[in-house]
Design a protein around this ligand. Structure first.
Ligand code: SOE
Length: 389
């Protein structure tokens, strides 16, 4: 199947709906229709984004013969059912993270996807596709760092800093028992495992709910929305999900790590940082200045590599579309993730190795979340269940 023949239905009209539609088009993939939580929202999104069809109901999207693939960008509680029904309807599926509300659900999705070997499935860990993250991966694979000793870092944001900040993600019924860890912590965990090739085996977690009561505006609130919503009428709600957490990590091959996650760190808008210390060099990267990779040396001056296809490995060059000095960032990482997914579908060899995060990776992240929650509750080290992906 040619890339231009592939049609996509986008489910979800919030922040992710907009980002996916734009990135799909930049990847050369046609968006056939969009579906929101009400016919009115579907119509409004189709109009704003210039999408041909608006679906009144999810069923219309998966029954549409023009649709080959479904993108799911809804609150987490819908992921499992929508992904299952899309697979059963014969569609390829790309789902937002976390893949499901529980590891029972994500395991069932992996199992179901095996019954449809000619349909591709992916979970959107887009950060893997920043060029300098691929560069870090290539340098580690070529042994430039030597043995990896430890991996530290954080993923911090401030959009839920105030008790008047609210979004569906704070409710466990909508997003799952874990919030900050599942929403952004799993991005970091997926990224460092993909960059280093190591796997997290055990975790020791301490979670923190800063605001046990939040003010929920009457009406709807978008991710990252602020300001106006505080003037709206609101009601107090009890919050059980965590605003922040610290996790000690044990990887295979003896590597150790530590991760700090927070959605209440003033001034950090959307900041993922990692530092990887190896026996020869270290590497450090920050998503808020994504076009620079710091390379640390013991016996010579440190280096700062600016993203430039001419100066990076071929693998990193493949996910950099612009010359050095022409910054690429967040939106481009989605484009490259989707490009990898649709190149695989267009190629039609569903036994070929995948170059994008799969449902198995998504399931592994949900199992990591289970271990984090158990560790926090029991105040002890917990092994991550099941085989690594
Ligand atoms: C909200 O925390 C959020 O939109 C995440 O859900 C995304 O995965 C991340 O890219 C930005 O922040």
């Amino acid at each position: 199947m040619e890339l231009e023949e592939i049609g996509v239905a986008m489910i979800g009209t919030g922040f992710m709906g907009r980002v996916h539609v734009e990135a799909l088009r930049r990847a050369g993939v046609r968006v056939v229709g969009i579906c929101g939580s009400s016919p009115k929202k579907s119509r409004a999104a189709a109009r704003q984004l210039g999408v041909e069809k608006s679906y009144d109901r999810f069923e219309q999207a998966i029954e549409d013969p023009e649709v080959n693939a479904v993108h799911i960008g809804t609150p987490n509680r819908h992921h499992c059912e929508m992904a299952s029904r899309s697979l059963e309807a014969g569609k390829h599926v790309l789902c937002e993270k976390p893949l499901a509300m529980s590891s029972a659900e994500s395991a069932a999705l992996v199992e179901l996807s095996r019954q449809y070997p000619n349909q591709a499935t992916s979970v959107n860990y887009n950060i893997r596709f920043y060029p300098l993250c691929v560069e870090a991966q290539a340098r580690i694979a070529s042994q430039e760092l030597g043995e990896v000793f430890h991996i530290t870092g954080s993923y911090v944001q401030d959009w839920l800093l105030w008790p008047t900040d609210y979004n569906w993600r704070v409710l466990c019924e909508e997003g799952g028992d874990l919030r900050a860890i599942a929403d952004i912590g799993t991005h970091w965990l997926d990224l460092v495992q993909s960059v280093t090739g190591l796997e997290v085996l055990e975790v020791m977690a301490d979670l923190q709910t800063v605001h046990q009561v939040r003010e929920r505006p009457i009406g709807e609130v978008e991710t990252f929305q602020s300001g106006g919503q505080r003037e709206k009428q609101s009601e107090s709600i009890h919050v059980q999900t965590e605003d922040a957490g610290n996790i000690l990590l044990r990887f295979n091959h003896g590597a150790r790590g530590a991760l700090n996650v927070s959605q209440v760190t003033a001034g950090r808008k959307n900041c993922l940082r990692f530092e990887i210390a190896g026996s020869h060099n270290s590497l450090s990267w920050n998503s808020e200045s994504p076009n620079r990779l710091w390379i640390g040396h013991r016996d010579q001056p440190n280096q700062l590599l600016t993203r430039d296809p001419a100066l990076m490995s071929p693998a990193a060059g493949r996910v950099a579309d612009y010359p050095g000095g022409h910054n690429e960032g967040y939106a481009d990482s989605f484009k490259h993730c989707f490009r990898a997914f649709y190149a695989y579908i267009a190629n039609g060899d569903f036994e070929a190795p995948t170059t994008f995060p799969t449902f198995a990776d998504g399931h592994r992240e949900v199992m990591l979340c289970d271990a984090v929650l158990e560790s926090h509750r029991c105040r002890k080290w917990v092994a991550v269940d099941g085989p690594a992906s």
